[in-house]
Design a binder for this molecule. Structure first.
Ligand SMILES: Cc1cc2nc3c(=O)[nH]c(=O)nc-3n(C[C@H](O)[C@H](O)[C@H](O)COP(=O)(O)OP(=O)(O)OC[C@H]3O[C@@H](n4cnc5c(N)ncnc54)[C@H](O)[C@@H]3O)c2cc1C
Length: 436
């Protein structure tokens, strides 16, 4: 049993934790950055997009040095039925040039790189270091302050403040009573497969300029009636494929995401994109959805919660909000250090910063997404079927005037459900699919 003291301990070397550690180390605080994995990123998964503008708030021109895969120039959304697909998308070649818009990335490389930026700034990174509990100090008869963490090897690390950046499960935040248990209808579960494919084949198959990347989201067939999606990201010489959906629906339909992965890979249109690609890695993870109502207590006496643990996620964006919230938490700690006061009165500057951020508005806007799909679990299925049936009718050559064809399509769409409900399904779909 040993005991060390720091200004701050950060639990978790994901995007939130490493950004917090980096910011504090840059401000000359002594920081321990704890990671339970063998190395930062070894246990972490995402689909694959790192967004430029928010990441530059952490490390300006990061794209000149970070281990990124491809700048994303094309975004597509495919509504997929069993033998057809309606596709919408945008290709913008200006996104292939500095300062770029976003990049595909692999977390094992990206998280490692970011954690080492914190180390370069002076943070002390401890890997294979699982924090199992918080350690408290009595500050009065009825009050106590967080004063460090207990590690699984029995070591105690002490600090003026602990920043929890443990990701979606947030065991320590729950133990501290800052966050409650989430309902399965507010959680999505995804699996990911990385498939090897040579760079030239990727560019030819996805119609990409040399070095450029794409992201395709698939709604409908892959998730077998569960509200969720599949997605492809093109890396340098591999493809990331994910699929999953709302946990309550997966459970009630008796589906597991690996079945959905096989289903997606066998789809006659998607299959062509994966032809000859060899699976090299599998992983799984959860996403807290509709998190606004589940946002935990963000600060306490000597403690702050950031990133996914604090539900800082909105649509398709999570790593960026994790990094920004980590940075804001660190800034509040630096202010507290300057005042020598780590009480909630001082640390609440973090909550004020989060509340005034651009992304809090987005998180709030997403707050009813989970509730909507709890009420209408077939909303995605209906939109998808409607679109594919209408497109089939439209593109089918037959012997009738065009106006008659359009009337037929309108009738067909109306026969599914009331147009107002269709409009609502599309509105909530846009939020859930992460479009805009
Ligand atoms: C399928 C899927 C697709 C996604 N796609 C995207 C995307 O394309 N773009 C995007 O921006 N976001 C995406 N996200 C969201 C994004 O991955 C998260 O928002 C982001 O990883 C949150 O960062 P974090 O640092 O808060 O948590 P995490 O990345 O989960 O990091 C937490 C870290 O803490 C460590 N840890 C946990 N507990 C302890 C402990 N007790 N002691 C020590 N270490 C601990 C973990 O090992 C991990 O390294 C996706 C998520 C999923 C699941």
């Amino acid at each position: 049993m040993s005991s060390d003291r720091y200004d701050a301990i950060v639990v978790g070397a994901g995007p939130a934790g490493s950004s917090a550690a980096l910011t504090m180390a840059q401000n000359n605080l002594s920081v321990a950055l704890l990671e339970r994995g063998d190395y930062p990123g070894s246990k972490n998964m995402f689909g694959g997009t790192i967004y430029t503008a928010p990441t530059e708030e952490i490390i300006p021109a990061f794209w000149q040095q970070a281990p990124l895969e491809r700048p994303v120039v094309s975004d597509e959304l495919w509504f997929v039925d069993h033998d057809s697909a309606v596709k919408i998308g945008f290709t913008g070649l200006r996104f292939a040039k500095p300062p770029f818009n976003k990049f595909t990335a692999l977390r094992a490389k990206f998280d490692s790189w970011l954690a080492h930026k914190a180390v370069e700034a002076g943070a002390h990174l401890l890997t294979k270091a699982l924090a199992t509990d918080l350690v408290y100090e009595r500050t009065g008869l009825m009050s106590k302050k967080v004063d460090g963490v207990l590690l699984d090897n029995g070591d105690v690390l002490r600090a003026d403040v602990v920043v929890l950046a443990e990701g979606a499960p947030a065991y320590l935040a729950q133990k501290a009573g800052m966050r409650g248990n989430m309902e399965t209808s507010s959680i999505t579960l995804y699996v990911k497969e990385i498939l090897d494919l040579p760079a030239g084949k990727i560019e030819e198959r996805f119609n990409l300029e040399s070095g450029c990347g794409t992201n395709i989201a698939f709604i409908g067939y892959p998730t077998s009636g569960v509200v969720g999606k599949a997605g492809i990201w093109t890396n340098k010489d591999s493809i990331s494929l994910i699929v999953g959906g709302y946990l309550n629906q997966l459970i009630s339909k008796g589906l597991n995401p690996f079945q959905l992965l096989e289903r997606t890979k066998q789809h006659p249109i998607i299959k062509c994109l994966l032809d000859g690609a060899k699976p090299i890695e599998y992983m799984g993870a959860t996403i807290p959805k509709g998190g606004y109502k589940n946002i935990p207590q963000l600060y306490g006496y000597g403690i702050l919660v950031t990133g996914d643990a604090a539900m800082m996620i909105s649509g398709r964006q999570g790593t960026d909000l994790a990094m920004l919230s980590g940075k804001y938490a660190a800034e509040a700690v630096c202010q507290a250090k300057a005042k020598g006061d780590f009480s909630p009165d001082i640390l609440q500057a973090y909550e004020r910063r989060i509340d005034s951020s651009y992304f809090m508005k987005d998180i709030e806007d997403h707050k009813n997404v989970g509730n909507y799909y709890k009420k209408y679990p077939d909303a995605d299925y209906l939109i998808n079927k409607m679109l594919n049936d209408a497109a089939y009718e439209y593109f089918k050559t037959d012997l009738e005037p065009g106006s008659q064809k359009i009337d037929k399509i309108i009738q067909q769409i109306r026969s599914f459900q009331h147009p107002w409900k269709t409009a609502k399904d599309i509105y909530h779909g846009i939020r859930n699919w992460g479009v805009f």
